[in-house]
Write a protein that binds this ligand. Structure first.
Ligand code: NAD
Length: 258
């Protein structure tokens, strides 16, 4: 049995399967991850531009990065990996997606139970007085948007390095990690905490952990049971096909017995 077949079988026999996704699942939608060489993140070092201290120090400078990143995420389209997860959910096999991504692509692909661990780009917040409003195209031009009440520069409602995880997302993600008996860990280097704790928590409670990644990670061979190595947009549709095939075979066997 190859690993695709093994993953399909594990999914079909699971009681509560969930997925944890990271930037890698959206690379095939044209949004670079932090590990990509060249391009966006070599011009804007995430530790510098996506750190809350950087925002407090110089929000105008952080908006130089946001003006490039927000359109990338808002104009991107889901890829076959996002669609495969949505279909696994609609088949009743996948119960939730916990995503570290801020691009909204799981929802656009049709996933319904999505826990956004790091927020999203849809809203802007005033860190000074709590004012909140939806992001608009106009925010991407001219000077950074300011709070209409206290004039502070607004910040997208995403979790910057150095910021806590929104309480409700943290609570729900932890609950899912403890409850699941299978966790798909897709396109994450698993080095950004506390998200990186979730596969370890699941494993510690006896869940199977299956990685889908272009390359081995710190979880491989330590936390994960096995790695489906390759592009998520190619691997996940194959797993989905195999799940459907096994389900069909199961149905035929049921009929031949009755
Ligand atoms: P990361 O950049 O640290 O790691 C990405 C991982 O995905 C790597 O292990 C890489 O090998 C793998 N990968 C790359 N392309 C892949 C593909 N096509 N198929 C399968 N795997 C692939 O990302 P992270 O672990 O998510 O941590 C970075 C933080 O920054 C997270 O919070 C992340 O969500 C955020 N971020 C989000 C976006 C987004 O919203 N799309 C983009 C960049 C960064």
């Amino acid at each position: 049995m190859d690993l695709i077949q093994r993953a399909a079988k594990d999914l079909l026999t699971s009681r509560w399967a969930i997925a944890l996704t990271g930037a890698g699942i959206s690379v095939e939608s044209g949004i670079p991850d932090f590990r990509s060489e060249g391009g966006l993140w070599s011009r804007f070092d995430p530790m510098e531009y996506a750190h809350i201290e950087a925002f407090h120090r110089n929000p105008e400078k952080v908006w130089e990065m946001l003006r490039e990143v927000i359109p990338l995420t808002s104009r991107a389209k889901p890829n076959p990996a996002h669609y495969a997860l949505a279909e696994l959910e609609s088949m009743g096999i996948l119960k939730a997606v916990v995503t570290q991504n801020v691009d909204g692509l799981h929802q656009r692909a049709g996933s319904r139970v999505v826990i956004e661990y790091h927020g999203n780009h849809d809203w802007l917040l005033c860190l000074n007085c709590g004012f909140k409003r939806a992001t608009s195209e106009a925010d991407l031009e001219g000077p950074p948007p300011r709070c209409p009440h206290c004039k502070a520069v607004l910040k997208p409602d995403v979790v910057f390095f150095g910021e806590p995880i929104p309480l409700e997302a943290q609570r729900r993600a932890l609950e899912e990690a403890k409850r699941c008996d299978l966790m798909l860990v897709i396109g994450t280097s698993a080095v950004v905490y506390p998200a990186a704790d979730l596969p370890r928590i699941a494993k510690g409670r006896g869940a199977k952990v299956i990685e889908v990644n272009k390359e081995p990670t710190v979880l491989t061979g330590v936390v994960s049971d096995y790695l489906l190595q390759g592009k998520a947009g190619e691997i996940l549709p194959k797993v989905l096909e195999e799940v459907k095939k096994l389900k069909d075979e199961g149905r035929k066997e049921d009929h031949s017995l009755s």
